[in-house]
Design a protein around this ligand. Structure first.
Ligand code: PMP
Length: 281
């Protein structure tokens, strides 16, 4: 397929320079946007978050957002992507390797490509296992940066234990998971970590808030502990394309009755419905 390189759609080829700051320092940001039936899900929200990440890192966007939006839509249709994701990253650009920002004539490099990916419907329907691991990340997890080494290590631990996710705790407090947000259900209400510097404010997370409002379910943006997670009635994780995965076991502890609970099943149904609306729109 083709890729987007700054504001131009070109053939995919090797374009990354060894002195690209994304490559050398992880100095850059990214987004992963879901595509269903050839349509981009919550594209505006992803672009807004991209703009925020850029601002927090004093990184100038190389393409105006209105243009970028058109180009992403064009890329999806050019590549004929039906179901999958658009991966988009912006690095601070190519410059001689010094830690400090390069001079102003160095422009950030934007690259985006499409990837075929199917929803994990088996895990979504039947639930999956997670492991717990210490959150060893920095204190600006709200920025979607390319620096993902702690997330990589956590996810690897999950996979080695036949789990879909690694749920992270900072001391006693559950923050999020290696590549998703975590919700628990307690006495009919939902709880998830507040959107501060300790978590990424997921686009799927925000969609859950909107769906729960319609379903008349209360979501509390409040921290909860490891012990509260382990004795929750239900646990689930949310992320783009992962969608919503009920967690039925954490390490050796069975959650609830070991099956996806009623609340998460209602939310999954509402979520699928909103995607169906997008596809048939
Ligand atoms: N937290 C982390 C650490 C993530 O990497 C992701 C997915 N990129 C999420 C949460 C979920 O975010 P979203 O719903 O926007 O995909």
């Amino acid at each position: 397929g083709k890729i987007l390189f700054n504001d131009t759609i070109i053939e995919r080829k090797k374009i990354i320079d060894i002195e690209d700051r994304g490559y050398q320092f992880g100095d850059g940001i990214y987004e992963v946007i879901g595509v269903y039936g050839g349509k981009l899900f919550m594209l505006d929200e992803h672009l807004e978050r991209l703009e925020r990440s850029a601002k927090e890192l004093q990184l100038a966007l190389p393409v105006r957002l209105t243009i970028l939006k058109e180009k992403i839509v064009e890329l999806v249709s050019t590549n004929g992507l039906h179901e999958g994701v658009v991966y988009l990253q912006i690095s601070r650009g190519v410059a001689e390797r010094w830690h400090q920002f390069p001079s102003d004539d160095v422009t950030p490099v934007l690259v985006a490509y499409t990837k075929v990916e199917e929803t994990l419907s088996d895990a979504e329907n039947h639930g999956a296992k997670a492991v717990l691991t210490e959150d060893i990340r920095w204190l600006r997890c709200d920025i979607k940066t390319l620096n993902l080494l702690p997330n990589v290590l956590a996810k690897q631990k999950a996979i080695e234990n036949n789990a879909v996710e690694a749920i992270l705790h900072r001391g006693d407090i559950i923050t999020e998971a290696s590549a998703s947000n975590v919700f628990i259900v307690k006495s009919g209400e939902l709880y998830t970590h507040p959107a501060d510097n300790y978590i990424l404010n997921g686009i799927t997370r925000r969609k859950i808030f909107a769906l729960c409002e319609k379903l008349n379910m209360k979501v509390n943006e409040e921290t909860f502990t490891v012990a509260e997670l382990l004795r929750a009635d239900e646990v689930f994780v949310t992320a783009t394309k992962l969608d919503i995965i009920p967690i039925i076991k954490v390490d050796d502890t069975i959650i609830g009755d070991g099956k996806p609970g009623d609340i998460v099943r209602n939310i999954v149904e509402a979520y699928r419905h909103s995607i169906q609306e997008l596809v048939s729109d």
